[in-house]
Design a binder for this molecule. Structure first.
Ligand code: AHR
Length: 368
């Protein structure tokens, strides 16, 4: 099957089709049959033996190689690839847990489904990995599988979002963002901003594009912002709706918000990709963004593309969610390897950016 097209290709290179000497062509194929077969086998062998490059998924790496005896085997169950933040977070794992440093990584993409993540954890347990890293999509529903990991003596590090379990000894520790604080920071920033614009006592109509419901990022940001909203009776939350942390869904939800309410002053977007979707819908509706426009947007994540929109004034403030959790996870693994104790909860450092800052310089310096 493979020999024929390959031989035909070689024929074209040899100029057979220009001369159209069919008989000659057949003779040529016969003559080079052995060489073609040898070439095919060689190519097959090459493809079968090659190890994945660093850019390949680690799943491929897993199926094509085996850990060395002294490798530290880490199973990572990632949420999915719903946002720029998530892609950066995943890349940081790949860059941190490398073969050169003695790690063997098994990476599983949950594709935004908890059941896939549970399956991944069970696979890691079966493979008897040394550590499990779980970036959980939602907070609840982990007790059983984490108990299974504990029974198998596999330490579990919860990264990024949190889990809510009856028995906290089911996981070793958590490293990630303080999402509640991020929400509060956004609320406090808005209060100061409105005050500075002489709108501190005016009625303010707000809508919120929430992240994936029941994820710590959504719960924390919604709750934190609501806590500050309670202090401002003139702020009115028109509606909360989930955009599932994606641009496409947020675009649809924002279209609906704009059709339903004609007096929106503020959009709280619980991540940058949803802000991109909202901006698209707002522009299409013919409305102006920014502090001298009709609507202001406050976002979370502060990824580079969003900071460019802060620079343009289309997002007024962006509250950072640091995606580079992998080095902290590695520190934890190394401590555990040395038999040292680790803190139960470790937050990553985070800041915020707004339209008043020199964004050009900040974007230049920024890693993500
Ligand atoms: O859990 C972190 C959140 O998840 C980020 O804000 C968001 O962009 C991601 O999808």
């Amino acid at each position: 099957m493979v020999l024929l097209p390959l031989s035909l290709l070689l024929c074209i290179r040899q100029g057979y089709f220009y001369r159209r000497e069919v008989a000659g062509m057949i003779a040529w194929i016969k003559k080079h049959l052995f060489a073609s077969a040898f070439l095919c086998c060689f190519l097959f062998l090459l493809a079968g033996c090659g190890r994945g490059t660093k850019d390949d998924t680690v799943q491929q790496q897993e199926s094509e190689s085996q850990p060395d005896e002294d490798d530290i085997v880490i199973g990572i169950s990632q949420v999915g690839s719903e946002s720029d933040w998530r892609m950066t977070n995943t890349k940081a794992y790949m860059d941190t847990f490398t073969e050169d440093k003695g790690y063997y990584l098994i990476f599983e993409d949950g594709q935004q489904k908890q059941e896939n993540q549970v399956k991944a954890l069970r696979k890691f347990i079966l493979k008897d990995v040394d550590y499990i890293v779980l970036d959980p999509i939602v907070e609840t529903g982990w007790d059983t599988v984490l108990q299974e990991a504990k029974d198998a003596n596999i330490p579990v590090i919860i990264a990024d979002r949190n889990v809510l379990v009856e028995d906290e000894s089911l996981y070793t520790c958590r490293v990630g963002s303080d999402f509640l604080q991020e929400g509060r920071n956004a609320g406090e920033w808005l209060a100061k901003y409105l005050e500075s614009r002489g709108r501190g006592n005016k009625d303010i109509q707000i809508v919120t594009l929430q992240g994936s419901l029941n994820s710590t990022a959504q719960i924390g940001r919604t709750t934190g912002f609501a806590q500050i909203m309670e202090q401002h009776s003139n702020w009115n939350m028109l509606e909360y709706q989930s955009g599932d942390f994606t641009q496409a869904k947020a675009y649809e939800v924002m279209e609906y918000f704009l059709e339903t309410y004609d007096d929106i002053d503020v959009v709280i977007s619980e991540n940058d990709n949803m802000a991109f979707g909202a901006i698209e819908a707002i522009k299409e509706a013919g409305l102006k963004l920014g502090r001298n426009g009709d609507i202001i947007i406050i976002s979370f994540d502060a990824m580079r593309d969003a900071l460019r929109l802060v620079q343009k004034g289309e997002i007024v403030a962006d509250f950072e969610c640091n995606p580079i959790t992998a080095p902290l996870v590695e520190e934890i693994v190394q401590k555990l390897e040395r038999g040292e104790a680790v803190e139960k909860v470790q937050y990553v450092e985070e800041t915020y950016f707004d339209y008043r800052m020199d964004m050009e310089a900040l974007i230049e310096k920024r890693e993500y």
